[in-house]
Design a protein around this ligand. Structure first.
Ligand code: ADP
Ligand code: AMP
Length: 211
């Protein structure tokens, strides 16, 4: 099953993608994580993406579609994938659909995590992430240790107030039209109220996937 997770930054896509990956036995593919790893490793892709990411702008579609092509044609995605933040513009949605059709596949489900701007600003302002495995945490100090891999927790540069404001603008202008695009293509977008404890949101998401 190929599942696309949509929603503004801070809605909890990464958190829920981890939970759903465990429950469904298919991998999470987060383009943000792939880009941050490329940045950390100093690759050409990482260097190209850095300035866009620091400002909270979108990385060019060609870069994202290159990542999606690599991962979707790899054995790891043979059983399916949970695409977290990986489709953020209409050209990306179109490119993914063409690429999957070439592989004889398609997007099966689209979930939209819904939350207020105030709530997500609060979440992003309190977020730390593991610098190694990128697991997000809430209410944990930068410098403390990741429960999963022992890596050090850090604040993301794009979780500073100005970058958060820009990311919300970018979401409204460039990503929100993707919701309508999927609707027009006949994929019903299932809305999930993301303003609840993590496990409750996971239950809602699993229920939405059965609809
Ligand atoms: P996204 O991937 O959509 O940007 P994250 O999954 O990184 O969002 O979540 C943003 C922040 O909110 C993280 O610090 C995460 O630990 C926290 N978070 C995620 N879901 C919830 C929830 N249901 N309740 C409270 N905090 C949450
Ligand atoms: P995320 O980890 O999903 O919050 O993404 C962090 C940043 O990576 C975004 O603000 C963008 O700069 C970049 N990024 C991640 N995914 C995409 C995408 N699908 N399209 C464009 N840029 C992306």
């Amino acid at each position: 099953m190929i599942i696309v997770l949509l929603g503004p930054p801070g809605a909890g896509k990464g958190t829920q993608a981890d939970k759903l990956a465990q429950r469904l036995g298919i991998p999470k593919i987060a383009t943000g994580d792939v880009l941050r790893a490329a940045l950390r490793d100093g690759t050409a892709r990482g260097k190209e993406a850095k300035a866009y990411m620091d400002r909270g702008d979108l990385v060019p579609d060609s870069v994202i579609l290159g990542i999606l092509r690599d991962v979707m044609s790899s054995p790891a995605a043979a059983k399916g994938a949970i695409l977290d933040g990986a489709v953020r513009t209409v050209p990306q949605a179109e490119g993914l659909a063409i690429m999957l059709a070439e592989l004889g596949r398609g997007v099966d489900k689209v979930l939209l995590f819904d939350i207020s701007d105030d709530k997500l600003t609060e979440r992003l302002s309190g977020r730390t992430v593991c610098e190694k495995c990128q697991t997000p945490y809430m209410g944990r100090q930068a410098g403390s240790k990741c429960e999963k891999c022992g890596g050090s927790l850090m604040r993301r540069k794009d979780d500073e107030p100005e970058a958060i404001r820009n990311r919300l603008r970018v979401y409204r202008d460039q990503t929100a039209p993707v919701i309508e695009w999927y609707g027009e293509k006949g994929s019903k977008v299932q809305k999930v109220d993301a303003d609840a404890p993590v496990d409750e949101v996971t239950s809602r998401a699993l229920k939405a996937l059965k609809k």
